[in-house]
Design a protein around this ligand. Structure first.
Ligand code: ADP
Ligand code: ADP
Length: 242
């Protein structure tokens, strides 16, 4: 069954005195339990697709087409309903932990925040769930008491991953999660994602311009070029063909 279905999505940003046609008719489907990769060069519209699913595009963006999550057409949901869907149903991990994390808040507290807001649990439960999440992403729970700048780039990505997984989302969107990392750390995060997927059968939408990374984790891939999906198919046919 498809968990997410995007039909003829178009997203046009209103820049100062012109329109940027970032997405120009994208249709995609993500089956439950699969890892779909979206690859394409910088500027091809990948992040715009991710933000449109999350309902996080700038307000003056012109959006047409339909995004359906399970039975819900996302554009017909109220802001409150969309808020409930974020974290618990769909969570996203962005590229740069230093930009996303609050610099003056301990990372453990930041991972606990969405749980406290969206799950009906006590702070004690959130604390112990946070410890488990840290262990799941191979971070010693002692790091919960540190601030983002005290961690390495790879550790910050693990924190973001723990945070995104905190409310048990059905769909995890990964937007260039390894792009700011060195080759060694990139491989560690790749192995972690493969392990997490094996354990929990997450549905993932993995956006990256790093074809090696995508081909080693995703099962199916969509190639974007100038706002359009120009090819879709199994990784072995599209990325690994000679
Ligand atoms: P990718 O993720 O593939 O690098 P993006 O979705 O970030 O692509 O960007 C697609 C196009 O939209 C690019 O030309 C980019 O410059 C433009 N763009 C992205 N965000 C905005 C914005 N907020 N306002 C105007 N143009 C934008
Ligand atoms: P705010 O300051 O209102 O939280 P944001 O732009 O950070 O503004 O977030 C907008 C919405 O997106 C909020 O509902 C927030 O909870 C949600 N959100 C932010 N980050 C994520 C994420 N990584 N996964 C899921 N939802 C998120």
């Amino acid at each position: 069954m498809s968990l997410l279905k995007i039909n003829d999505l178009k997203c046009h940003y209103q820049a100062e005195n012109h329109t940027v046609k970032a997405v120009e008719g994208v249709s995609l489907e993500i089956e439950e339990g699969e890892i779909l990769g979206i690859v394409g060069e910088s500027g091809s519209g990948k992040t715009t697709v991710a933000l449109s699913i999350m309902g996080l595009l700038p307000e003056n963006t012109a959006i047409t087409g339909e995004i359906k999550y399970k039975e819900n057409v996302l554009s017909s949901l109220s802001e409150n309903e969309m808020d409930r869907l974020r974290w618990k149903d769909i969570a996203i991990v962005f590229q740069n932990g230093l930009e996303v994390l609050n610099p003056v808040m301990k990372v453990g507290v930041q991972v606990m925040e969405p749980m406290m807001k969206h799950l009906d649990i006590s702070s004690g439960e959130a604390q112990s769930k946070c410890e488990d999440l840290f262990r799941n992403v191979h971070l010693d729970p002692k790091w919960m008491d540190s601030y983002p700048h005290q961690l390495s780039g790879g550790m910050r990505q693990r924190v973001l991953l723990a945070m995104a997984l905190s409310c048990n989302p059905k769909l995890l969107i990964l937007d260039e999660v390894t792009s700011a990392l060195d080759a060694f750390t990139r491989k560690e995060i790749r192995d972690l994602l493969i392990e997490l997927q094996k354990k929990n059968a997450y549905t993932m939408l993995m956006i990256s311009h790093d074809i090696t990374f995508v081909s080693s984790v995703a099962s199916r891939v969509a190639v974007m070029y100038l706002g359009k999906v120009v090819e879709t198919g199994p990784v072995k046919d599209i990325l690994l063909s000679p």
